[in-house]
Design a binder for this molecule. Structure first.
Ligand code: SAM
Length: 337
């Protein structure tokens, strides 16, 4: 799907009420928080550690990991840096997504580092794969942490970045999920500790369509971002066209990608993504359509977000406030008392 060959089909085509979320209260550890809210929330074990999660009115899996997706990306973990290979379109997408991230960040953060405009900013690249996007962000001066549940992809990312001395100490990688990282960082909360909200920006490029639970993702992004921090997402819209061409034609008829590569149910429209993010304390600032030209292998911006799109949101409030707002909207009278 990410190769030039597949681009024409996949890339070219392709609220609910928010759940009450776990609140981070100052001085309350993750574990205590989970115990405190045991009726509404649970802590689940994923891979190596306890992960705090929130309850959802719909059945949330409480981990972002879909084992089938992890297995699929595991099988491609050595291919990330083949610019002509199955990730060619992701390489090409840097022409749009890197300036998109840089320019939005520069609207907020002033810089005095010519050539390193993102110096001093901490960026978390969720689902970084082989580091295709993490590296250019590091070259712009950011301190970038790439995370991915596929350990072999992290191995590829580490190896590749080690060849560039400019990235040393600036880019690093960990094999873990967002929820694991936020649980770990949350345990640092308390006197003298920084707590989890530590990143100026979180990037999840071509990732959300592979997650098992977007609510857990949105919740954890809110925890990991500083107030006013930016969330950048690129993904695929949920349209009839993306089903017809991306799944029926590309996977089932032409077999350009293995059957089952994409789950159309996991695609999300910009409107639904915006609703979800807003319920977790984000304000969406911009949504831009992206178009892939399979002949030139290049991406361009387009007025229509019907196929691929990039979204920028800002964390405007903590989840505690989000929950309060939700309760007020369910009980309007209470809001005035
Ligand atoms: C299409 S690739 C995008 C890679 C990278 N963001 C880029 O654009 O070059 C999707 C990535 O999401 C990762 N992924 C799958 N499930 C994930 C999860 N639950 N949390 C974080 N990353 C996940 C995959 O391992 C894979 O590296």
């Amino acid at each position: 799907m990410y190769s030039n060959k597949l681009g024409p089909l996949m890339l070219g085509l392709c609220s609910r009420k928010a759940p009450a979320a776990c609140m981070m209260r100052s001085g309350v550890s993750w574990t205590a928080m989970c115990k405190q809210r045991s009726l509404r929330s649970v802590c689940v074990k994923t891979q190596s550690q306890t992960v705090p999660c929130h309850t959802s009115v719909r059945a949330a899996s409480q981990t972002t990991v879909d084992p089938e997706e992890v297995r699929r990306f595991q099988s491609m973990a050595s291919k990330w840096w083949d610019e002509e290979g199955q990730f060619a379109a992701l390489h090409a997408m840097n022409d749009l997504r890197v300036p998109f991230i840089r320019d939005h960040l520069l609207n907020v953060h002033t810089t005095r580092h010519p050539g390193k405009p993102l110096a001093g900013l901490r960026i978390l690249d969720v689902g970084c794969g082989g580091g295709l996007l993490t590296e250019p962000l590091g070259r712009l001066g950011a301190s970038a942490l790439g995370i991915d549940p596929v350990a072999d992809s992290i191995g590829t990312a580490r190896l590749h970045s080690s060849y560039d001395p400019d990235l040393r100490g600036r880019v690093c990688y960990r094999a873990c999920t967002l929820e694991e990282l936020s649980a770990e960082e949350g345990e640092g909360e308390g006197e003298g500790k920084k707590g989890p909200a530590q990143f100026d920006a979180i990037v999840a490029s071509e990732v959300v369509e592979h997650l098992a639970d977007l609510e857990t993702f949105a919740f954890c992004c809110g925890l990991m971002l500083k107030p006013g921090g930016s969330l950048f997402i690129t993904t695929i819209n949920k349209t009839n066209l993306s089903y017809a061409l991306g799944i029926v034609v590309a996977e089932q008829l032409l077999r350009l990608v293995p059957s089952g590569t994409h789950d159309w149910e996991k695609f999300i429209s910009p409107e639904e993504l915006e609703r979800l993010l807003e319920s977790y304390g984000f304000s969406v600032q911009s949504v831009r359509g992206m178009l892939y030209n399979p002949v030139s292998g290049a991406w361009s911006w387009t007025n229509s977000a019907a196929i691929n799109y990039a979204l920028h949101a800002v964390k405007v409030r903590d989840d505690a406030q989000a929950e309060q707002a939700e309760e007020s909207s369910s009980h309007p009278a209470a809001a005035h008392t």
